[in-house]
Structures are given as structure tokens and as C-alpha cells.
Design a protein around this ligand. Structure first.
Ligand code: CA2
Length: 148
């Protein structure tokens, strides 16, 4: 298999492993990036791993993915629950989209139960910790291989 998976991370996820470990665990974004690269490599796939606190930056990366990526894995952070703009951008992407949440959003505040991104996502993983990113890569590899 060949191709690049864009793994996009939204606001505050740069603090992963540095704050609130009881909710988000001890691994840092750098740890998650390294694990994603190695998991994707086992399928012959590459990863572009990105994090931004800015909605427009995430949207620009989704637009780039239209040209460059075979799939998008996105943890939109709190934009999950608010951003029609990110949903609109994802709707222009033609490959598989997986939505990942480190915490179980259904076990938390009511407002975290609604996701605009889920209206586009082909699959949603929540509450599996940072392993959720690796599960999403497994799923993407299967979906991409089925279309090749
Ligand atoms: O569980 C997830 O992955 C979330 O997408 C994380 C978002 C939250 O708004 C969503 O409802 C669920 C928050 C990201 C904040 O990340 C932090 C990580 C470590 C320390 C502090 C914040």
C-alpha cells in the first residue's frame, strides 16, 4: 500500500501528557506521533501528524489533504462540538475520515455528546485513550486497501 494519512489534532491537544493525565493519560503528542508513524509504516503508509489551536489552520490542512492524503484521522478537540466549518471542509475530502477522541465523550458532560464531525466521519473511536489513533490507522488501512 502507498499513500499518506493526515492525522489532525485540534485545540489544547498540545498539552497532552502535561495536564489532566486522569482524563487524557501520560503520553505526549510526540509519543502519539511516533506510535502513529510506526503503525502506519507497518502497512506501507506514511503519516503527516499535525496539531493546531486554530480552526482556520485545521481547515487549511483538510484542504491540503484533498490533494495529498489517502485518508484523514481527526481529533478536532472542542471544535468537534462547535465547528460547522470543519464539517464543511471534511465534506470536500473524498477518502475515508476517522474521528478519534481520547476520552469517552459519552461519559462526560452532555455537550460533548454532540459532534458535527460525526456527520461526515466513516468511523468514530472514543474512550480508548491514545490507542484510538492506532485503531483508526488499522481501520484506514483496511478501507484504503479495499479501494486499491
Ligand atoms: O477526548 C478527546 O480527545 C477530546 O477531543 C479532547 C478535547 C475535548 O474538548 C473533547 O470533548 C474530547 C479537549 C482537548 C484538550 O486536550 C488536553 C490534553 C491534555 C491536557 C489538557 C487538555
Amino acid at each position: 500500500m502507498t499513500g499518506t494519512i493526515y492525522v489532525l489534532n485540534g485545540p489544547n491537544l498540545n498539552l497532552l501528557g502535561k495536564r489532566q493525565p486522569e482524563i487524557y493519560g501520560h503520553e505526549t503528542m510526540a509519543d502519539v506521533e511516533a506510535a502513529c508513524l510506526s503503525q502506519a509504516e507497518s502497512y506501507g503508509l506514511a503519516v503527516r501528524f499535525l496539531q493546531s489551536n486554530a480552526e482556520h489552520q485545521l481547515i487549511d490542512w483538510i484542504h491540503e489533504a484533498r490533494e495529498d492524503a489517502v485518508a484523514v484521522i481527526i481529533n478536532p478537540g472542542a471544535y468537534t462540538h462547535t465547528s460547522i466549518a470543519i464539517l464543511d471542509a471534511l465534506n470536500t475530502f473524498e477518502g475515508p475520515v476517522m474521528e478519534v477522541h481520547i476520552s469517552n465523550v459519552h461519559k462526560r458532560e452532555e455537550f460533548r455528546r454532540h459532534s458535527y464531525v460525526s456527520l461526515r466521519a466513516d468511523g468514530v473511536i472514543a474512550g480508548c485513550g491514545t490507542q484510538g489513533y492506532l485503531l483508526a490507522i488499522d481501520r484506514v488501512a483496511k478501507l484504503v486497501s479495499a479501494t486499491n
